[in-house]
Design a protein around this ligand. Sequence first.
Ligand SMILES: [Zn+2]
Ligand SMILES: [Zn+2]
Length: 823
Amino acid sequence: MIARVVVPIPLDKAFDYTVPEAMQSSIQVGSRVVVPFGRRILTGLVVELSNEERDVTRLKAVSDVLDTRPSLTEEMLTLTRWIADYYMCGWGEVIRATLPSGIDFRNTYTVHFSATENASAALNESTKELLHTLRMHDGSTLDALQKIDKTISLTTLRRLEQAGYVRLESALKKPAVRIKKARHLTLVSSIPNQQSLEELKTEVRGPQQHAVLHTLYDLQQEGSEIPSVSETLARSGASSSTVKSLEKRGMLRIVEKEVLRTPLGDMPTNPPKPPIHTLHTAQVQALERIHTAIAASRFETFLLHGVTGSGKTEVYIAALKDVQKQGKTGIVLVPEISLTPQTVTRFRAHFGDVIAVLHSRMSPGERYDAWRALRSGRFPIVIGPRSAILAPLENIGLIIVDEEHEGSYKQFDPAPRYHARDVAVMRASMNKAVCILGSATPSLESFSNARIQKKYTYLSMPERVPVPGKTAAPLPAVRTIDLTLEKKKKQLTGVLSKPLKEAIGQRLAKEEQIILLQNRRGYSSVLLCQTCGWSPMCDDCAVTLTYHKVQHHLRCHYCGKTQKIMRKCGNCGGTDLSRLGAGTQRVEEEIEAHFPTARLLRMDLDTTSTKNAHHKILSQFERREADILIGTQMVAKGLDFGRVTLVGVINADAGMLLPDFRADERTFQLLTQVAGRAGRASRPGEVLLQTRNPQHPVLQYAINHNYELFAKNALEQRNTLQYPPFGRLVRIEFKGPEEGMLEKLSGEWARHLPQVAGIQVLGPQPALISKIKKQYRFHVILKASKKITHNTLRELVAQASKRAKSLPKGYRMAIDIDAVSLF
Ligand SMILES: [Zn+2]
Ligand SMILES: [Zn+2]
């Protein structure tokens, strides 16, 4: 028998191994196996088994089979294969991403000898010898045993375990993750009533033993059949030696039960049972379409376009209940659990025990437990960030991608560099399942798939859910504050304009809450006219030029064209061109100076580096322990605070100055999302945008809540420049310790690219963030027109990589298909 095995290396290749006779009955497609690989020992996954007759003399043998049940189902094998193909990475790398960290390398096992009598005569000599060794080294790890006797394998031990000679306990080697167990008590014979309790008590002496029996009887009456040892001891006041002596007398047994670790420590506990809502018309209409597809068990993707507060979550929950009734499973993707606690809480309130929550900050132990529970079918629903799309669920009926426009759905490092939304659509199609992509501001890709390509079914919910007894809450009023005008009036001394300060003061007086957004990513590397808000751009790429201090020039970091720094503004001729940058801290200081009694909370990268920081800040704000929440984009996510009536955006232009062809789209999304935080309950909300470009179309669309017009114009521009969703982008990143060498390597690679009409090769040149952690970064961007297929693009990249010399030690190349970030 030959096993084709995939190992977690960046090569997209499988390797053949022979399967020793003893393992042939246990090995399956999808099983993890231990294999020799060069001079290393790796854990791989069996992707194919065959019995073909061929010369196997040069093949090495599988050293061990780790799974009694395959780790990956056939569906997951197909899906991971597709991801490896599409995103051009190793199949083993994708498989590794589907398994909890730590089990990709080796499990270790502790072997406990459990046979009480001597090995029976029926055993052959070698088995007897082996048992002798195991008894001598009772409690050793498999690794330690293999040092003593090389022939000991997990397969052999499993057989001995079945025969009752040993007991195996698995644990992960590094990080040390074990199945967590708690000890429980069960009575050997039950105590049906008070009388039999008294009878039982006559059999033992001592008040402590009596107390234990009493407690067990009471607990049993309360419905606890196998109480934990610790609980019994606590209630009876007895010591563990009492329990042991009762066990010795054969009156009770101590059993071990698995405990599942959960990542919910930082989540609100015991969410209250949700009230039964009557859905409003748009929700009912959307659900009808979704329900039809679910009932027919057919693959269909819906784009659920609902404004902030339109009740998308209720639609998701109703659809999930639908598939639950069919006995199928569901996956819910959210951008980042710690930023969407309210969404998660609502799902937990509805589905309680059957929903598993995955979390990007879970410990390896929690991850391992969640994975096993999902694999065994214990949880039919999973909610989590992008990696949850790879959860080991079977029989999937529904996949939901909430806030589908979020950039965080794209993975960059390590490979696979997949887009969870696109994988979601693919996985749904493989399962004949329904996929719902939900957003108040759909990505232009999804919008075009729904409205232009008609690949997705478009569902619209244009109004907010009415407050019971009232009409629908209006979307908040959005106003701009012209910073250049304020400056002319000499009213702008810091970062806060006079009208914004006045508005803040009014809300504070009314004891209402305020959110201030300071979005400054990549901001300071862009030149800006202080008089009119103009910024120099690349004519070819429609992105802002980046200021480079060392070379003292401006550069387009897409195509690499450079330009001298101009003295005058290209729009108004003014000479006040400078770089601006005010962080959240600066805003905080100014607020403190103006409103010394206001209570502030700041949420940015600095204040959220610890595990539960997000949740702590948000719940403090929710409990109204603060009046003002100042933060970066993090504060714009799906939060719903009833008392927030003012949202202030310190610099609405900042996002648009980002050298990114998606800058406009991101700005529109951010402004719409953050505006949606205002006036969510019955209080009307107001949004103030400070800007130097009040007439900028993107701001105008956001002010008027006009997604349609925004999308129409943005798509026209994308079409002209052949940016996605019309064309395709592939970014090849080179990283290494020496800049000159990197430039040379990336240049050589690019020269090996065959020339094809319709494909533009941009670069190589330094990435926007040209150095991270002492590693320089260069990139080449391939921009393909819509006529070029994905396969053609793949072929080109593969050819160049094959022809180019392999990279020297310390240098790395990463292929990012459908790159979202071009930094
Ligand atoms: Zn100007
Ligand atoms: Zn350019």
